[in-house]
Design a protein around this ligand. Structure first.
Ligand code: C5P
Length: 285
């Protein structure tokens, strides 16, 4: 086999807590992560001429080794000691700079695809370790479904699947710097945190309205004021339009609302921002 096509699914953070800053500069996290059915298509092809090429359907996004997918290919080839040529082409649908792990999902898709193409059959543990080298969100993107992520984000525990529901994702025009938001949190005591244990109990009970009320992201209060205002306005709009709860994902700037069904989600009055309708996806590997 010389070519595979993989789907790279986006994620949302149903809860996001930052526990502490670590000596290595990263932060220990506690997050309930959810895969949703919004995906990039990643075509991976083997060539006889060594070298890694990454193309992408959007001119404003990085190519080749500047793209996380290129870094993933390089790490994979290094790990399995192969010097074959790899071409990747990403057809982008996941909004970028959204907190939805679009780049990490593409990287995980490359690792999954190369494992198939080169028939290396790495163990789950080896695959997840490789993913963690590429980025903190990449292991979750490989695994998918509903999971509790700890450590930098790479220590994963599978959770019961989120009940069937509809999700509206709204991507405002601004982007937020991830290191800057972590830095803003470092400078202060975090007053409000998600009730992660309570959320997990509700997830086990399949109580979607209960979970809606407990969506929470510690980055929201440290957004710069104009951006925070926009996020709050989008959340209020989603709640007025029937959302069971609404929250920003990751370090933003996408905001999502949880609805009892996709039909209910699609009844939301339009906002002047890119809007996506999605459903949860169960484990991808
Ligand atoms: O691991 P990744 O390259 O995706 O992280 C991007 C940046 O986000 C890091 O350089 C760091 O500033 C911050 N980060 C962090 N703690 C984490 C994950 C990311 O401080 N657990």
């Amino acid at each position: 086999m010389r070519r595979v096509r993989e789907r790279a699914y986006a994620k949302l953070n149903l809860t996001l807590d930052v526990l502490r800053k670590r000596p290595d500069g990263y932060h220990d996290m506690e997050m309930v992560m959810q895969t949703v059915d919004l995906y990039d298509t990643v075509d991976i092809t083997l060539n006889d001429v060594p070298g890694i090429e990454v193309g992408i359907s959007r001119d404003d996004l990085p190519k080749n080794l500047h793209n996380l997918a290129g870094k993933a290919a390089a790490e994979f080839l290094n790990f399995v000691n192969e010097s074959v040529g790899v071409s990747v082409y990403i057809t982008k649908n996941i909004p970028d700079k959204a907190g939805m792990a679009g780049g990490s999902a593409d990287a995980a898709a490359v690792i999954r695809g190369l494992d198939k193409l080169l028939e290396t059959r790495l163990s789950d543990k080896e695959l997840l370790e490789l993913c963690a080298k590429v980025g903190s969100d990449v292991p979750f993107c490989l695994r998918g479904g509903t999971a509790l992520a700890r450590g930098r984000g790479e220590v994963l525990t599978d959770l019961p699947a989120l009940p069937r529901c509809g999700i509206v994702i709204v991507k405002p025009d601004f982007s937020v710097s991830t290191p800057a938001l972590f830095g803003a949190l470092d400078g202060q005591e975090i007053e409000n945190r998600p009730d992660t244990a309570g959320f997990l109990d509700l997830l086990k009970a399949g109580d979607l309205p209960g979970m809606g009320k407990k969506l929470y992201n510690v980055f929201e209060p440290v957004l710069p004021p104009p951006e925070r205002e926009t996020v709050d306005a989008i959340k209020a709009h989603l709640l007025r339009n029937g959302a069971l709860g609404a929250c920003m994902t990751g370090t933003g700037s996408a905001v999502f609302g949880l609805f009892p069904s996709l039909e209910a989600a699609k009844r939301v009055k339009p906002l002047p921002y890119a809007t996506f309708f999605a459903s949860p996806v169960e484990k991808t590997v």
